[in-house]
Ligand binder design. Structure first.
Ligand SMILES: NC(=O)c1ccc[n+]([C@@H]2O[C@H](COP(=O)([O-])OP(=O)(O)OC[C@H]3O[C@@H](n4cnc5c(N)ncnc54)[C@H](O)[C@@H]3O)[C@@H](O)[C@H]2O)c1
Length: 253
């Protein structure tokens, strides 16, 4: 028996990187996992990996910044699986280092739409089902860039800062309904997203720069975040809400 047996967990952006690691961990703990991603192929690949390991899930194509698509996806999940207990808002869009005077409105809007509006929309449509069940756990993947800002990442940092305040605001609003809301700030992580932050640099140099910025001396791995998500989703964390955890090897210090 895993610690999430009989739970249904929806993980956005789980076709890749941290989201894939989170989906696989939750499945290994017994949850039925909804792999929700903009890209259908990678979502199916994650589902295949979960099934190969003996887990259960379904794949759903969704753009988290599109209200209709999010509403439909959540309704489909509840009609197929009967419940929604855990929501992990992990889908995200990066930006490469860009001086503020060169940040286009399109880039600003993309950061806000995917990174900040996405978690709002999924919560908006998932919360009614969680309230009805009398419990739920929402886990938002922000970034250590929300607390230790770096130059050239203005729109990304602002969008991730919004996630932290959304987490706290929903935690207080939903506490009476026993829906817990927490956030995780990953440090620089070994995923396909990482090189997009330093797209203007030599890739080897860029990776080295990020690795050396972590006091514990290595990049974050999907398992580091997945372990914290599994804990926050479980009954072991039943007294934790409104909290943000840095899983960053000390990068935020
Ligand atoms: N990689 C890092 O260094 C790092 C550090 C801190 C925080 N994060 C955050 O962790 C999360 C996961 O990042 P990752 O590194 O695994 O990235 P990744 O690029 O490997 O995966 C992101 C996934 O999100 C999906 N996605 C993008 N836009 C979407 C949309 N509109 N709707 C649905 N799905 C969408 C992509 O298709 C992709 O599968 C992101 O929120 C990111 O900001 C990453």
């Amino acid at each position: 028996m895993g610690k999430l047996t009989n739970q249904v967990a929806l993980v956005t952006g789980s076709g890749s990187g941290l989201g894939r690691g989170i989906a696989m961990k939750l499945a290994s703990e017994g949850a039925t996992v909804v792999i929700a991603d903009l890209r259908e192929g990678p979502a199916q690949e994650t589902l295949h990996l979960i099934e190969q390991a003996g887990g259960k899930g379904i794949a759903v194509q969704v753009d988290v910044s599109n209200p209709e698509a999010v509403k439909n996806a959540i309704e489909t999940v509840v009609s197929q699986l009967g419940q929604l207990d855990i929501l992990v808002n992990n889908a995200g869009a990066p930006m490469s280092f860009t001086p503020v005077e060169e940040v286009s409105e399109e880039l600003w809007d993309l950061m806000m739409d995917v990174n900040a509006k996405g978690p709002f929309l999924t919560s908006k449509y998932a919360v009614p089902y969680m309230k009805k069940n009398g419990k739920g756990s929402i886990i938002n993947i922000s970034s250590i860039a929300s607390r230790r800002v770096r130059p050239g990442l203005s729109a990304y940092c602002a969008s991730k800062g919004a996630v932290i305040l959304l987490t706290e605001a929903l935690a207080i609003e939903l506490a009476n309904s026993k829906v817990r809301v927490n956030a995780i700030n990953p440090g620089p992580a070994e995923t396909p997203m990482l090189p997009k932050f330093f797209a203007s640099m030599d890739p080897v140099e860029g990776r080295k720069l990020y690795e050396e910025s972590v006091p514990l001396g290595r990049l974050c791995q999907p398992e580091d975040i997945a372990n914290m998500v599994a804990y926050l989703a479980s009954e072991e964390a039943s007294f934790i809400t409104g909290a943000t955890f840095n899983v960053d090897g000390g990068r935020g210090l």
